[in-house]
Design a protein around this ligand. Structure first.
Ligand SMILES: CC(C)(COP(=O)(O)OP(=O)(O)OC[C@H]1O[C@@H](n2cnc3c(N)ncnc32)[C@H](O)[C@@H]1OP(=O)(O)O)[C@@H](O)C(=O)NCCC(=O)NCCS
Length: 186
């Protein structure tokens, strides 16, 4: 079942495959803007059936407790998707951690939506719902807007991992950040 959370201005929700058109429209509007910060995508990445399959896979992944993907909309226009926050690589046992990735459509930037959405997603979903202890983010040092987001959301800088992820075809150094769940710190 697809779940949703609301913040002051946003709706954060899981999206089922039958709403693939809204996700596809978001992806196509954002493709160029996200290009420098994304891995190289296969040519069919935004084809309708491929998006629908990916959405089904995201729900299966959530059901198996391996991750959770949320799409962001502005509350007054809930059917139009303007962003995405993806928790991946959930590790249980004595780690209780995951990684997070995020992006906004270009027209939605400059309003604090990601700061609002990511703060709520980490506190209420990763910590509150999934019960995780640690959420990790990795940012290319020249991605200044993303650095500002993680810093505003209370992530702590832990260090630099050389050649950490292959982004736009290049193994890029990344600054590693994490937020810890204060409720589990005892
Ligand atoms: C990273 C990304 C999500 C940041 O977007 P953003 O709009 O800068 O972030 P926010 O939504 O938190 O908005 C913050 C900006 O809105 C401004 N703002 C306006 N109204 C605001 C409000 N009510 N509350 C908070 N901030 C507000 C802030 O001043 C800030 O601008 P500044 O950083 O120039 O000072 C976006 O640039 C993006 O999608 N980039 C491409 C993908 C990407 O890089 N993903 C991350 C990979 S690690």
């Amino acid at each position: 079942m697809a779940r949703s959370w609301t913040t002051e201005r946003l709706v954060l929700r899981q999206v089922p495959p039958d709403e693939s058109e809204a996700v596809r429209a978001y992806g196509l509007r954002s493709r160029e803007f996200h290009g420098p910060w994304d891995p190289i995508r296969p040519a069919d990445f935004w084809e309708r059936e491929v998006v629908a399959r990916r959405l089904a896979h995201e729900l299966d992944t959530a059901a198996s407790d391996a991750g959770l993907v949320l799409y962001l909309s502005i509350a007054e226009d809930p059917d139009r998707i303007v962003g995405r926050i993806a928790f991946h690589n959930v590790v249980r046992g004595f780690s209780q951690s995951c990684t997070v990735g995020y992006g906004l459509a270009p027209e939605a930037t400059g309003n604090g939506y990601m700061t609002e959405g990511l703060t709520a997603a980490v506190d209420r979903v990763a910590f509150g719902e999934l019960g995780l202890h640690r959420v990790e983010a990795a940012v290319i040092p020249r991605n200044t807007r993303s650095l500002r987001v993680v810093e505003r959301c209370g992530f702590i800088r832990e260090g630099l991992s050389p050649r950490f992820l292959k982004i736009a075809g290049v193994w890029e150094d990344h600054v590693r950040f994490a937020r810890l769940n204060p409720v589990m710190e005892q």
